[in-house]
Design a protein around this ligand. Structure first.
Ligand code: SF4
Ligand code: SF4
Ligand code: SF4
Length: 433
């Protein structure tokens, strides 16, 4: 039995998921807002004589949100040079904006609201044609629009139901630009951890019959035959339907063509402001957008490069949860025995978690060079074991004992990126549990 077999110790193996239509990978393309002509949208109505911003206030330089905003190293729209307010619409009309959540927790929508006073100017610069959490706008309204009529659709969440798939395909058809917003849309996020069970039936069975509250309910009211929601029910008034839950959770670009990706759980509020300003500049002033496929708000380096904690690559002999130790300021968390995914995670957030004493869990996804965040992290951790140097007594068995302290290795190392991992899902071996 190999190292990983011993570590996971479950009767699991992996298989390639039935891939949806493979689409463009959200590669991190180094680019600036003015880098290349727009590819994803129609030529802007470039008013040649009017290049100035139509803000109600003169834009002022905003302070950099995080150390990550080192301009020459960032990709896309990270530089914090935005004024306090977004531009308003010219007399000719507003751009059309749709914001949609698929399998999402709502945190990405809240991050848009977190643009504070700028949220008011989003209304000045754009007609919001759909935003389920905050505004009206029905599916039939979107269906009635011309193809490409929506300037930009910002979509958060993974794709895990027939409704998610239908809505994102509809928005793709009606939009010039589609942005995968947030880690769930980009990498599957926490919803994709559902791929570690055998499929929708197992999830529904657990949720509706095994959790304490549902088990009690079933015992009280449906002891003979537990009731699990069906996708179709014939009521006296007619057929009622609910969306079908899929066996495999997918990322947005595994279902539709995506123009830009914004990672983060949720993304930084500065990033949404920059993204919307770029769209407005494109639509109103003819400023080119970044190349299609650009990952917005990330750097070209790892999170460790922008983390304020000092790294000395101390050897690990025990793994701790953050609450088990008195975390020292300024010292790398890995050096303190706390597993941190910074070495394999792309920079851009400025170390939001590590500056607060919590390890990075990898929500920005892997760097451009790393395809497999979890595996890369295993390599980084392995290099910190005193196995090859001055302490040769730490052999495979000792390492396994140390790593067993990570209670849920797959959940820890792939908390946000399982949807994009080479490990697509776990399946049970025949006769296995
Ligand atoms: S990326 Fe994070 S904040 Fe956004 S929907 Fe997913 S879990 Fe919620
Ligand atoms: S491992 Fe984590 S704590 Fe250490 S330098 Fe990298 S990001 Fe910072
Ligand atoms: S430190 Fe890691 S987990 Fe925290 S916000 Fe940054 S990339 Fe995400």
């Amino acid at each position: 039995m190999g190292f990983f077999d011993k570590l996971f110790k479950k009767n699991e193996k992996t298989e390639a998921a039935p891939a949806a239509e493979p689409k463009a990978e959200p590669v991190s393309t180094k680019a600036s807002i003015q880098a290349e002509p727009p590819k994803a949208a129609e030529p802007a109505p470039a008013p040649a004589e009017k290049k100035e911003c139509c803000c109600k206030e003169e834009p002022k330089a905003a302070p950099a949100a995080a150390p990550a905003a080192a301009t020459e190293e960032t990709v896309g729209l990270q530089a914090a040079d935005l004024g306090e307010l977004l531009p308003g619409a010219p007399a000719g009309g507003k751009i059309k904006l749709a914001i949609y959540w698929a399998a999402a927790c709502g945190g990405c929508d809240v991050s848009i609201l977190d643009t504070n006073e700028r949220i008011l100017t989003i209304g000045d610069m754009a007609d919001i044609v759909m935003w389920p959490i905050a505004a009206d706008g029905k599916e039939k309204d979107i269906e009635a629009m011309e193809d490409g009529e929506i300037t930009v659709s910002i979509i958060s969440g993974a794709i895990r139901s027939s409704e998610n798939e239908h809505m994102v395909k509809l928005l793709r058809k009606k939009s010039k630009i589609v942005v995968a917003y947030g880690t769930c849309a980009c990498f599957g996020g926490s919803p994709a951890l559902a791929n570690l069970v055998s499929g929708a039936d197992e999830i529904l069975d657990y949720v509706y019959t095994k959790t304490p509250s549902s088990a009690n309910f079933q015992a009280d009211y449906h002891a003979d035959a537990p009731v699990i929601p069906q996708t179709s029910y014939q009521a006296p008034e007619g057929e009622l339907t609910i969306p079908v839950l899929y066996d495999v959770v997918k990322t947005l670009d595994q279902v539709i063509d995506v123009d830009y990706s914004v990672p983060g759980c949720p993304p930084l509020q500065e990033t949404i402001s920059h993204m919307l300003k770029a769209v407005a500049d494109f639509a109103y002033n003819g400023v080119a957008l970044p190349p299609k496929g650009t990952m917005i708000g990330v750097t070209t380096k790892t999170l460790c490069e922008e983390c304020s904690r000092k790294k000395e690559n101390a050897r690990i002999t025990k793994i701790y949860e953050p609450h088990e130790v008195d975390v020292k300021d300024g010292v790398c968390l890995m050096d303190q025995g706390i597993l941190c995914l910074g070495p394999a995670t792309v920079g851009g957030c400025g170390g939001r978690c590590t500056s607060a004493g919590q390890p990075c869990r990898g929500c920005y996804g892997p760097t451009e060079d790393v395809q497999e965040l979890g595996a890369s992290m295993f390599t980084a951790v392995a290099s910190l074991f005193p196995v090859l140097d001055e302490d040769p007594t730490c052999g495979e068995d000792e390492i396994i004992e140390i790593m067993k302290e990570v209670k849920d290795p797959l959940g820890y190392f792939y908390a946000f990126t399982l949807g994009k991992s080479l490990i697509k899902r776990a399946v049970k071996e025949k006769g296995g549990q």
